[in-house]
Design a binder for this molecule. Structure first.
Ligand SMILES: [Zn+2]
Ligand SMILES: [Zn+2]
Length: 427
């Protein structure tokens, strides 16, 4: 088959499987699971791969699933990624009543799209000169730090981001390049955003330690840890005028434990925050100011503070060559999809880490109402959400792996890693 016949064939298969793809997304939406606990979502991925006779390994970094579709020869291996986890957004109409988790970041759609690509490519495997890895990855959202610390103590994970951990345990060692598609929030129009950057960050947990006392009877004998936390928040805000526009610093603390009983002076208050920014010198500078604010405020109240830093995500750097291939295939699907190149996102993602050691893309697609992580988030255009990303990725894999995997070779040759895996682990 010629390349364009192959592309037509995979697009026809994806059209035929439309209701199956949508049903998978719907099923996952109804059972949202938080990072490193995506057990049901993970077993759904396994059963769909079973249906396609694609062998896989599971329970990687707790819940990850890695399927491998072998081509007629294995000259390169391209990963198509879908993320398993939900976020907490208890006001979302589909939120889990108990946990508050909801697929308000659209990761359920990613899994359905990844499996749609698998449905299509499994029928043309004999035409591919490389392998395709269908990789369902856990815990993209860097949240619930206390829970993940517990996992780390048990030795289940070392890194808190799913792709970080999968890199660490070597599950990306046999992969040459990776692609995935994410929803673009609040963008109902037919648009694809290709090769933009994103922010990196460090995460912090802060324990403010005071002294308990009767809040009515003897507050003078206590040290109010909540007052220390509130003062720290104000001092952090007072740093904001020193952040430069080009550094795109974002600091957004929350209090995860604000005291135990209303009639006891809070003796321990816990805060979590990210310090995000466009470059590591800028993040380091802002993080030092945040630490200073916390320490100064604690001293003013007479409380102690314990600051713990966690390796966050690296800024996103996408492969221009993979972006070109993806853009060309979007044009093949329809010329009414507007293509934007190089517009940065303000969020952060663990595929940013992967992009430091191999070529990756994570285009974002329009077709969605409401912002990500918000109660209004939902699908406005089913073609844009489910069908076109599956077609564009399936066709991009064909460009990479047909004709002796010449496309994959060109992408690899044009890529210089920002760091080796070993440098990454030690970073
Ligand atoms: Zn998200
Ligand atoms: Zn997301």
């Amino acid at each position: 088959m010629t390349k364009s016949e192959l592309k037509n064939k995979v697009c026809e298969i994806i059209d035929k499987k439309r209701s199956d793809i949508l049903a998978i997304a719907d099923k996952i939406m109804k059972k949202p699971e938080m990072g490193y606990r995506e057990f049901e979502t993970s077993s759904l991925v396994c059963s769909e791969l079973d249906k396609l006779s694609i062998p896989y390994r599971k329970d990687l970094a707790v819940t990850g699933v890695k399927g491998n579709l072998k081509g007629r020869q294995s000259l390169a291996r391209v990963a198509v990624i879908g993320e398993l986890d939900a976020v907490t957004c208890s006001t979302h109409p589909t939120a889990d009543k108990v946990t508050g988790a909801a697929h308000a970041c659209g990761h359920n759609i990613q899994i359905a799209v990844m499996l749609g690509v698998a449905m299509a490519l499994s029928e043309v495997r004999e035409e591919l000169d490389g392998d395709v890895c269908f990789f369902a990855t856990p815990a993209e959202e860097f949240v619930e730090i206390g829970f993940r610390e517990g996992l780390a103590k048990k030795g289940d994970v070392k890194f808190f981001g799913g792709k970080q951990e999968l890199i660490r345990i070597g599950e990306f060692d046999d992969i040459d390049m990776a692609m995935m598609v994410h929803a673009q929030g609040a963008t109902p129009e037919r648009a694809a955003f290709i090769d933009g950057g994103s922010l990196g960050f460090v995460a912090k947990t802060i324990d403010f330690i005071g002294k308990a006392a009767h809040a009515g009877g003897a507050p003078h004998e206590g040290i109010n840890a909540l007052n220390a936390a509130m003062a720290a928040m104000m001092c952090i805000h007072a740093q904001r005028e020193t952040f430069r526009d080009e550094d795109r610093i974002r600091v957004h603390p929350i209090i995860t434990n604000g005291g135990e009983l209303v009639n006891v002076v809070p003796s321990k208050v816990t805060m979590e925050t990210y310090v995000r920014g466009a470059s590591f010198p800028a993040i380091r500078d802002a993080a030092a100011k945040v630490d200073r604010a916390i320490e100064g405020a604690s001293m003013a109240i007479g409380a102690k503070c314990e600051i713990k830093d966690y390796k966050g995500y690296l800024p996103l750097v996408q492969s221009k060559e993979l972006g070109d291939i993806f853009a060309e295939n979007i044009r093949l699907i329809s010329d009414d999809i507007k293509i934007y190149r190089g517009i940065d996102m303000v969020g952060s993602t663990d595929i940013g880490d992967l992009g430091h050691i191999m070529p990756i893309i994570q285009p974002t697609m329009g077709g969605f109402l409401g912002n990500l992580h918000a109660e209004e988030f939902g699908v406005a255009d089913e073609d844009m959400a489910y069908i076109n990303p599956a077609k564009a990725m399936a066709m991009s894999v064909i460009d990479l792996l047909c004709d002796g995997a010449i496309g994959a070779k060109a992408v690899k040759d044009s890529y210089t890693p920002i760091m080796t895996k070993e440098e990454y682990i030690n970073f």
